[in-house]
Ligand binder design. Structure first.
Ligand code: FES
Ligand code: MG
Length: 567
């Protein structure tokens, strides 16, 4: 059963349902000939609120052309779009809503296969979570990274340089007029942030998982090549529709997830990548253990020299050979037999990678950017279910550090006090932010990148140890411990810390501990347990979110969405 005949149960009488469907699709001018072929759904996530998807009309056109060249019928349908900078309270709060929307619209409408076009941070994970749950053949077409910006002879990228330059503005080194000029140069085109932030990270790991055609992750958003890969994806999806394979669950195997985690470590990927991969795996009934992330990180070096861990930008990664070339460098760590939507295995794609002479962006294993992977997992009395640090973007001198805590109760408290000249803080202080987890904020904002207190920033302090149950942008830099689980609002021990308590971070030993004695710990825990919690919201999506969201170590999906795909 395929094409318009899919899911013909609405009116009990299948013949009548098909007759109605035909009548209504003919209302748009389609002929019988157009209807008698594989139907390919194509998601439209274009939105004036999402510049990262600003090229989606072009990509949809190109994908449709590809589908038609291969004899399929493209059907474009809208779903939610989430633009990182515009989504309130956080884009993470909306990721699962987008995943549900994508899943149910794929399931509800007749289609034999689907192309999902997305790119801004939460969108590709949301789309794939939905696609994995429907298990319909799926190809991902990322919108692609922006091209780089330029200012005073310097190359700029959103948003690693946004943070660095804003930090300089806060410290009084860049005046108001110049920062205004810079705001026009940081993001010079449509497309996703062109550093190794979450958007680039997810595009790369999804290519490594086999869900997109080779080179899909890195082609700049505005290049003609980006449209051509959308066209090629359109052609290819018709083959998948006819064969009914590979399906998402054929691709998202434990071996492929290890490949994806290997690439995540080697690209200096975003910490958010762990949460999204865990959520995606959860949809296929597989669990990613944080220990696996750490174990892979100990063996796989960072090979891609991109900001924030290194110096370059996505277009340079692309011109150096992109993900296929990286796969080739990583081949001894990968499962080469993992299949991809292209019809070739990961090993075959690595084998065919272009060798670009003289490029320095993708390093060889003999000359890594960092000798271990980007991400490390911590355990300790402050994070019994784990915490994450992007060690590749941290300051080496702070990776082993003990200092007194300065506690901020929530984001508002932090914003109110961080710039005060009265703040009792030194470069040794450990800044602690709580109530910023999935439930606490809610939606686990990217607040984990606490700014350096203004009085220290003025004195030239660039980095401090910062710990929280929040996330941070993949574009950020610093010695920042994130995703503490369980979060403070769910009874996690972060709630017990008081200003002045010593906290010890030891990344080499993979530990994070609050150094208070047992009796004091028990006293505080009893006091905290007796303190009434804020009740969940009374209604709506906010209630659904707070009452069903899983903790960071489980991927922050809703508990009822986990598990194997359904037909
Ligand atoms: Fe959309 Fe960075 S804001 S990718
Ligand atoms: Mg981001």
């Amino acid at each position: 059963m395929s094409g318009l005949r899919k899911g013909l149960t609405s009116y009990g009488d299948a013949g009548f349902s098909l007759f109605l469907r035909k009548a209504f699709i003919k209302a748009m001018g389609y002929s019988d000939d157009a209807l008698d072929r594989p139907i390919i759904g194509i998601t439209n996530t274009g939105s004036d609120y999402n510049p990262c998807h600003g090229n989606s009309p072009d990509l949809i056109e190109a994908a449709k052309r590809g589908v038609m060249l291969a004899g399929g019928l493209p059907m474009v349908f809208p779903t939610i779009s989430i633009g990182e900078s515009f989504a309130h309270p956080t884009s993470m709060f909306l990721r699962n809503l987008m995943a549900m929307d994508t899943e149910e619209m794929i399931r509800a409408q007749p289609m034999d296969a689907v192309i999902v076009i997305g790119g801004c941070d939460k969108t590709l994970p949301a789309q794939l979570m939905g696609a994995i749950s429907t298990n319909l053949p799926t190809i991902v077409v990322p919108t692609g990274p922006m091209v780089v910006g330029h200012h005073k002879g310097e190359v700029l990228g959103a948003c690693t340089d946004c943070r660095r330059l804003w930090g300089m503005h806060r410290a009084g080194q860049i005046d108001a007029a110049e920062i205004e000029t810079i705001s026009g140069r940081l993001a010079p085109s449509v497309g996703t942030c062109m550093v190794m932030g979450t958007a680039s990270t997810m595009a790369c790991v999804i290519e490594a998982l086999g869900f997109s055609l080779p080179m899909s992750a890195t082609i700049p958003a505005v290049h003609a090549e980006r449209r051509r890969i959308a066209e090629a994806s359109g052609k290819r999806i018709v083959d998948l529709a006819k064969a009914g394979a590979p399906r998402p669950r054929d691709l998202i195997t434990p071996a492929a997830l290890r490949n994806a985690l290997t690439v995540l470590q080697a690209i200096g990927g975003s910490t958010n990548g762990i949460i999204h991969l865990t959520a995606m795996a959860g949809r296929a009934g597989t669990r990613i253990e944080l220990e696996t992330v750490d174990e892979i990180g100990r063996n796989v070096p960072v090979l891609v020299d991109l900001k924030p861990s290194g110096d370059h930008y996505m277009e340079h990664f692309h011109h150096a050979g992109g993900v296929p070339r990286l796969l080739r460098e990583l081949s001894r760590h990968l499962d080469p037999a993992s299949p991809t939507v292209s019809g070739r295995t990961i090993g075959e794609i690595a084998e065919a990678a272009e060798i670009v002479p003289g490029q320095t962006v993708i390093r060889g294993a003999d000359k890594p950017l960092k000798s271990t992977g980007a991400l490390a997992v911590l355990r300790g009395n402050l994070c019994p279910r784990g915490a994450v640090i992007k060690q590749s973007a941290a300051s080496p001198h702070l990776l082993s550090h003990t200092g007194p805590a300065l506690v901020f109760e929530n984001v508002e408290d932090m914003a109110a006090r961080i710039d005060s000249d009265e703040l009792d803080v030194t470069p040794e202080t450990v800044l602690v932010l709580r109530n910023t987890g999935p439930i606490g904020a809610p939606g686990m904002p990217e607040a984990g990148y606490l700014p350096i207190p203004r009085k220290l920033a003025r004195a030239g302090v660039k980095d401090m140890v910062r710990i929280s149950d929040a996330r941070m942008s993949g574009t950020a830099f610093g010695t920042i411990v994130l995703h503490i689980a369980p979060e403070s609002a769910a009874g996690g021990p972060l709630a017990l810390v008081r200003t002045g308590d010593p906290i010890r971070l030891d990344v080499a030993a993979r530990t994070l501990d609050l150094l208070i004695d047992d009796a004091e710990w028990q006293r505080r825990a009893a006091e905290h347990a007796a303190t009434p919690r804020r009740p969940p919201p009374a209604r709506g999506y906010a209630r659904l979110f707070e009452t069903t969201v899983l903790q960071a170590d489980e991927g922050c999906d809703f508990d009822f969405l986990q598990g194997g795909p359904q037909e």
